[in-house]
Ligand binder design. Structure first.
Ligand SMILES: NC(=O)c1ccc[n+]([C@@H]2O[C@H](COP(=O)([O-])OP(=O)(O)OC[C@H]3O[C@@H](n4cnc5c(N)ncnc54)[C@H](O)[C@@H]3O)[C@@H](O)[C@H]2O)c1
Length: 355
């Protein structure tokens, strides 16, 4: 299979870890990497075809430099000895920069590019939206441009594209695949939360209330302090948990970011609390804390989703990618429990499952 060529929309912390991983795994052991090859593609067969951002200090730079520019805080794990050869271009800002973030960064004064033209000229396969949470108008602009440029679309942010019938119809009509919504990190809070709940359910425990709240640094942490944006992210995470145990109501679950602390950098601390009953109406409580790095956590899923989306393109699949989305996203168009989602994803990449 030919290399998978991706256009990055948003050169933030998740993009930083993704770009570094392409170089990292060409030189290091495959620790932490679940699938070395997918459809014959190794990580090093993923290529950045183009990248768009709006922030001064990122726009105009080679992507190998831009990923380390402020306000990015993802760890530097790779030293690039030469430029990658992809200059970050200025996309349309729309609602991409929240009022809080606008106080700390400057928007580039470069003119906006013609999105569709740039996307067409990039000779790419797919567009990945790594825009901030709540950047709905910006997401719609890029999602529309991807259709016009005849590219697949991966919605890693929490705006509903792949789980929205209107957008699904658009991609199907254009014979293009779409995956999403809201990336599920490799060791993400939602994935771990769902895993614990599924385990409890399968052994007969009845969950009464649960929360997963986290504190993080990084601009996405600051972005989700903004009330509307925080509520949007919370809703998609809470809905994801509710799909795991449908008997729980909105009042029984809380899931989402609670605070931003600059000094945490790219780290996220997730607190999980579960309360319920088991045999003989006995009470149980579970308290768990995990600490992870957001950037690597995102890239650990993205590298698989990208290669699976390339497979889907090669196989001529259009519309929502069902197994890929259930495996890699918090709010896929069809909910499948965690264990079955992994199995179905593996069947899909082997070619034993159509979608
Ligand atoms: N582990 C993870 O990091 C993780 C997991 C799941 C989902 N996500 C989602 O992925 C997205 C990206 O996360 P992140 O941590 O990289 O965020 P980030 O804030 O570090 O990066 C977002 C980037 O988008 C850029 N941007 C803003 N408006 C833009 C526009 N109109 N055009 C182009 N670029 C624009 C910003 O300048 C920034 O570089 C978020 O929506 C987040 O919720 C991340």
């Amino acid at each position: 299979m030919e290399n998978a060529r991706v256009i990055l929309v948003g050169v933030g912390n998740a993009a930083s870890a993704l770009v570094q991983s392409l170089e990292y795994y060409s030189k290091h052991e495959t620790i932490g990497l679940k699938y070395e090859t997918i459809g014959g593609l190794r990580i090093s067969d993923i290529e950045i075809a183009a990248a768009f951002d709006v922030v001064e200090g990122k726009v105009g730079k080679d992507i190998s430099d831009a990923i380390f520019a402020e306000p990015n805080v993802a760890p530097r794990l790779v030293d690039f000895t030469s430029p990658i050869g992809v200059e970050v271009k200025k996309g349309p800002t729309h609602d991409g920069i929240s009022p809080l973030l606008a106080e700390t960064i400057q928007i580039s004064s470069s003119p906006d590019i013609n999105l569709v033209k740039e996307m067409k000229e990039a000779n790419a396969d797919m567009v990945i939206s790594l825009l901030p949470s709540g950047a709905k108008e910006a997401t719609y602009a890029y999602a529309n441009a991807a259709i016009e440029a005849e590219l697949a679309f991966i919605e890693a942010a929490p705006t509903r594209i792949c789980s929205d019938d209107k957008w699904v119809r658009k991609y199907k009509k254009a014979n293009l695949p779409v995956a999403g919504d809201d990336l599920q990190s490799q060791l993400g809070g939602t994935r771990i939360h769902k895993g614990i709940l599924e385990m409890l359910d399968s052994f007969g425990a009845r969950v009464r209330n649960t929360y997963q709240l986290d504190v993080s640094g990084g601009s996405e942490g600051m972005n989700t302090l903004h009330t509307d944006r925080r509520l949007e992210k919370r809703q998609i995470k809470t809905d994801s948990i509710k799909r795991t145990l449908p008997y729980l109501s909105d009042y029984d679950i809380a899931s989402g970011t609670t605070d931003y602390l600059d000094f945490l950098g790219n780290e996220r601390t997730g607190y999980f609390w579960i309360y319920g009953k088991y045999f003989l109406d006995t009470t149980f409580r579970i308290d768990v804390t995990i600490k992870t790095m957001d950037g690597p956590n995102a890239a650990g899923t993205l590298v698989h989703v990208i290669r699976a989306t390339k497979l889907a393109l090669n196989r001529g699949i259009d519309g929502p990618l069902i197994s890929v989305s259930a495996f890699g996203f918090k709010y896929p168009p069809v909910y499948i429990n965690e264990r079955d989602a992994v199995r179905r994803f593996e069947e899909f990449i082997k070619g034993d499952r159509a979608n």
